[in-house]
Design a protein around this ligand. Structure first.
Ligand SMILES: [Zn+2]
Length: 747
């Protein structure tokens, strides 16, 4: 083997090795670069990532000249202004990502005005953000705004931080209109332009001024024709030049008062300014100008498909748009609030409940007044929750000094929360906002009675002070967005909810996620306080609401087992924790409150029984579930009360011995056995009449009209107005007008 040759061979081999090595390194470099690109893109807005890659001037923003604190401060002001305007124009804020702000109209509450709301909001925002200064150059901010209208799907997703999200092409299209827009301008899609032009058919002239922009290349969309929305015309009473300049003055005043600084959430944000999350936030200020505003339509004359989508966001498909149902119902029930003697703590002290009849009442008399409007009910429920909350937290406050003292602000948040929840209940015959009120009122009664009993159990029942607020809160949200058909039906239909909540109890899980999600996301100050005071809050609310799915045998078994173990067998050497006890108490309070009408007054039972029959019948008419008339409704109710209600009432008697729940349900079933059959015949009779009304009036009208007619027809029969109550169909509740007047006078 020649050395020379060997050396050459060696040399070549080494070069090949080096080449291999270089190749490997360059491949690795490429890989690393891709990785860092991906990272960069996921952390920063695209434009910032691009300038960072190109080595352009992003640095001044990230370090040095701009204090992170200033950026957060600016974003707080910006969002404060936008939130203020969003609520002014009736928009729902979907989310903010960095400096991008997405909101919509028409969701979750449908409105015919969605297109105008969004356009008006965009105009006001464009004007008012000038009042906020950029932390970089102290110049007024300018935003890039994109607006569009279309269909989308909305729903709460996520388990850790439940979030109301919008899905669908509409969201992307809107985002494209924003990203291809220009600073200080509002880019409007041709669809929305058309929509707005329709509304501009005022006899005086157009309400909006547009300039066509022409075709714009949008990623994934191709060439889209767009318009610049220049402004509202003088005919536009909500966003004309004069109105907008008035609004601007208002916002200026608000900013000058630094109202936003009073909110604790913003203090939290400032505290977080040391955290690493700030990178994107400050980088965003470089990219300032991306606001996305969105609009959705809720037209009723759509395809089946869009009905399904609508349903996910909680609209029922057969209902007339007005809340006539709830209005009627509010006008048909009687209110009494449990007020006990000696216990000077709560209800009567709260001024918002001043219109509620104040009298000693028993479990069997709990019902709402016919004179309370929806807003009154919101105020009343707020009064109940508020008194419960302060009762809970005052106990804790005595031993803590760091509890927030701005009660007034929290109380306002609580009021807004109750109001928000009230609008999310569907107009179902049974699972409605009125049902929520009835259950909340009943839960309040039970909580109060429960707290009277604790001494009799030698202090062993001295549970968490938050039993009060937790139980009443759970009652408020427990059926929110209920669709008026049972879980089993949704399962059979393969309804989207059954896929989202594959663990079962779809409706209950939806209510939990919507109710708690909104509480956590939109009422940050209040929910933070509640969670600080009661870290088990979410756990307790969740388990109580899940327990109300009484068709779920597994849940039922667990709930009963827990009750037997921690309440009945207290004192035996089980490892019973305080949390176990609290959980079982809250579960049973909500369980009994939810079916309260089965152990309260007989007239109350009849009203809710008819409502439930109506709900099932309405479902049947819509092809969702069996015909309740074919069932042995009369016998079914007896079975339900004897098989479920009485055992539950007996358990609750253990918990609260002074109230004779089981006595109440036994009395109801006795009476029902005697005259329930006739009542059921009437229910069936009226449903047949309702069907006749439907078939004779609908031959030429649209489906929507048909449904509307049908609903209002049948409603009138099941829920007669007070005038027609005299026909004796439903035993008229004893109207407590005089008592109300007395109570008002005595205040
Ligand atoms: Zn319920």
């Amino acid at each position: 083997m020649g050395t020379c040759e060997g050396q050459t061979g060696e040399h070549i081999a080494s070069e090949v090795r080096t080449a291999h090595k270089l190749d490997k390194i360059s491949k690795r470099l490429e890989k690393e670069k891709n990785l860092s690109d991906t990272l960069l893109n996921s952390m920063f807005p695209r434009s910032v990532a691009e300038s960072m890659r190109a080595g352009e001037a992003v640095e001044p923003l990230l370090e040095g000249e701009v204090e992170p604190r200033d950026v957060i401060d600016m974003l707080n002001q910006l969002y404060y202004v936008m939130d203020h305007l969003a609520s002014h124009f009736n928009l729902y804020k979907v989310e903010t990502i960095g400096d991008a702000y997405m909101c919509c109209s028409g969701l979750p509450t449908p409105t015919e005005q969605h297109a105008q709301n969004v356009a008006n909001f965009a105009l006001a925002v464009r004007e008012c953000v000038h009042l906020v200064e950029s932390p970089v150059d102290r110049k007024p901010l300018k935003l890039r705004i994109g607006i569009h209208t279309g269909h989308c799907m909305g729903g709460v997703v996520g388990t850790l931080a439940p979030h109301y999200c919008l899905f669908g092409d509409m969201v992307n299209t809107t985002a494209r209109h924003e990203s291809t827009g220009m600073e200080g301008k509002i880019q409007c899609s041709s669809v929305l332009h058309e929509h707005l032009a329709e509304y501009s058919a005022d006899s005086k002239g157009p309400m909006y001024n547009f300039t066509p922009r022409g075709y714009v290349d949008m990623k994934g969309k191709g060439q889209c024709y767009t318009y610049w929305l220049d402004g509202g015309s003088e005919y536009n009473g909500l966003a004309g030049p004069t109105v907008i300049s008035e609004l601007r003055k208002q916002v200026k005043q608000l900013l000058r008062q630094k109202k936003w600084k009073e909110l604790k959430i913003f203090k939290f944000a400032r505290r977080a300014s040391n955290a690493s999350t700030l990178g994107p936030a400050s980088a965003c200020s470089h990219d300032l100008g991306s606001i996305t505003t969105e609009s959705t339509t809720t037209n009723r004359d759509d395809t089946i498909e869009s009905f399904a989508l609508d349903e996910l966001v909680g609209k029922t498909e057969t209902d007339a748009p007005t809340s006539s149902m709830s209005d009627k119902f509010f006008n048909g029930v009687d209110v009494d609030v449990p007020v006990d003697d000696g216990d000077d703590d709560d209800l009567s002290n709260h001024d918002t409940v001043s219109f509620i009849a104040l009298k000693k009442t028993a479990w069997s008399h709990i019902k709402w007044s016919p004179d309370l409007s929806r807003k009154d009910l919101v105020d009343a429920i707020h009064g109940l929750l508020s008194s419960m909350l302060w009762k809970c937290s005052d106990d804790v406050i005595q031993s803590r000094s760091d509890v927030p003292t701005h009660k007034e602000f929290l109380d306002q948040e609580l009021l807004r929360f109750v109001d928000r929840i009230s609008t999310l209940y569907n107009d179902c015959p049974f699972h409605s906002w009125t049902h929520a009120c009835q259950v909340t009122l009943s839960a309040t009664f039970l909580v109060k009675e429960y707290h009277k009993t604790k001494d009799e159990f030698g202090g062993s029942f001295d549970s968490h002070p938050f039993v009060r607020f937790t139980a009443v809160f759970a009652a408020l949200i427990h059926d929110v967005k209920h669709l008026g058909v049972p879980n089993a039906q949704l399962k059979e239909e393969g309804h989207p909810l059954s896929e989202v909540y594959y663990q079962g109890s779809y409706l209950e899980r939806q209510s939990i996620q919507v109710g708690l999600g909104i509480f956590m996301e939109e009422f940050t100050e209040l929910s933070t306080t509640v969670l600080e005071l009661c870290p088990e809050f979410i756990h307790l609310v969740t388990s109580a609401i899940l327990a109300t799915d009484i068709s779920n045998k597994e849940t039922e078994r667990k709930v009963q087992e827990r009750f037997d173990r921690v309440i009945v067998a207290t004192g035996k050497d089980y490892a019973v924790t305080e949390l176990d006890k609290t959980q079982s108490v809250v579960e049973h309070i909500l369980l009994l409150a939810d079916v309260g009408h089965c152990s309260q007054g007989y007239d109350n039972f009849l009203i809710w029984n008819a409502a439930f029959f109506h709900e099932r019948f309405q479902g049947f008419q819509a092809g969702r579930g069996s015909d309740p008339r074919q069932e042995e409704w009369h016998q079914g109710q007896i079975g339900f009360i004897e098989g479920y209600i009485i055992p539950l009432a007996v358990r609750c008697n253990t918990l609260i011995p002074q109230c004779k729940f089981s006595k109440g349900s036994r009395r109801i079933v006795r009476k029902w056995k005697i005259d329930g059959k006739d009542y059921c015949d009437k229910l069936v009779e009226h449903s047949i009449e309702a069907e006749k009304v439907t078939t004779t009036t609908t031959s030429s009208s649209t489906t929507t009209k048909k449904n509307r007619k049908r609903s209002s027809g049948i409603r009138k029969m099941f829920f007669p107005s007070r005038k027609s109550l005299s026909d004796g169909y439903v035993t008229p509740p004893k109207i407590s007008n005089s008592r109300l007047r007395q109570a008002k006078a005595s205040l």
